[in-house]
Design a protein around this ligand. Sequence first.
Ligand SMILES: Nc1nc2c(c(=O)[nH]1)N[C@H]1C(S)=C(S)[C@@H](COP(=O)(O)O)O[C@H]1N2
Ligand SMILES: [Mo]
Length: 424
Amino acid sequence: MPDHASATFETTYDRRRLRQFLAGEARAEGVERRTLLKLLAAVGGAAALGIAPAATAAAAGPGIVKPLPPELFTVRGTNAESRPASWQGTGLHTPLDRFFVRNHTSTPVLEADSWRLKAWGGGLRHDKETEFGLDDLRRLPTVTTDALVECAGNGRSYFTSQQGEPVSGTAWGLGAIGSGRWRGVRLADVLHRAGISRHAVDVQPRGLDAEYVTADGTNLGRVRRPLPVVKAMSDVLLAYELNGEALPPDHGHPVRVLVPSWVGIASIKWVGDIEVSDTPLYSPWNTDFYRLYEASYPPAGSDPLSRQTLKSTFELDHGAAFTVGRSHTLTGRSWSGSAGIAAVEVSTDGGATWRRARLHDPARRNTWTRWSLRWRPERAGQTHLLARATDTRGTTQPDRTVHNTQGYLFDAVVRHPAEVRDAG
Ligand SMILES: Nc1nc2c(c(=O)[nH]1)N[C@H]1C(S)=C(S)[C@@H](COP(=O)(O)O)O[C@H]1N2
Ligand SMILES: [Mo]
């Protein structure tokens, strides 16, 4: 699929969904009426209703299965952020013991043997339901692919700390991302087996984890988000292995959806059923959530989010200490949902001067590029380290990200606080 095509998917499909909703042909369980009215108002050119999107659920402590030692993770509510410092010396693929976890509720522990995937809906020929077990999937052609899974809110805390702007949602640093080698089958192969028809419009996978209840008590049902059928039939996988091992419980055991380079929410974990619809589908995860809302965006928000943005991080903790006169190697990673990484510049003096980092990986889409730079600090004191990537399409990280209320898709250069100490 060409890079530029992804924006048009959701633009075209969104218009179509709304037209069909108006005609009474679209279903939208769990989506608040005011949300749809807001979307419809925008299509009809009516004034903005200016309603703030729903808040995410209160933190109840992580229902995560794997150990979360503080040197590898920062726990944020039901989620665990990977510490970028822990990526130092690791390869292209994030070791499973430090791969971030984003759970709306908690990790369900499912048995691979009894797991079933049900494909259903009016977008299948004769509306016929089909069930698949893991063995059925294993009989289909196998695909292995490198891909990043990154939360749309990765970097969100910098809207506040760096730009002074309020945002709602989990206050991630830059560790809501993991890079994996995924093995599974093409969703397209499964949908063909299930008898997908020419009239299919949306494909909506749904998780087997608990229903999600927001802080204000609204039950939004199980986590689900429609994919345009064109996307579902392209590079999307049903993955059952990560980095050569059976998918761990926290990452979707036994099977998850994997949508390379798209916002993490598209990659539904613990998938239990897939609705193939001949009418447009809405869920809270493509209406209230995962659109950009702000004065500078249309009142109904942006199109549903698809690709991730360009980012860079040092493999350091905030406030990392260095010694005057000593030679240090700064390491980090840069990535983009739309292209490979062409260049990375680093500043060790708060952005006054820049040097090119050495890139350790070729520019490749769907994964990241590791880089390094030698640094011999000359003066003691507080400083900021900055890394700024340019992708193969010529896009460079900006100094600021345009604000949106839920703090999605941060892409600005991050000012990483560090300290230089006298040798001593
Ligand atoms: N069923 C289900 N799928 C889900 C989620 C969830 O809570 N439930 N979280 C989504 C979000 S918001 C992200 S960012 C990714 C995180 O994937 P990971 O936990 O494997 O890193 O999973 C997505 N898939
Ligand atoms: Mo996410």
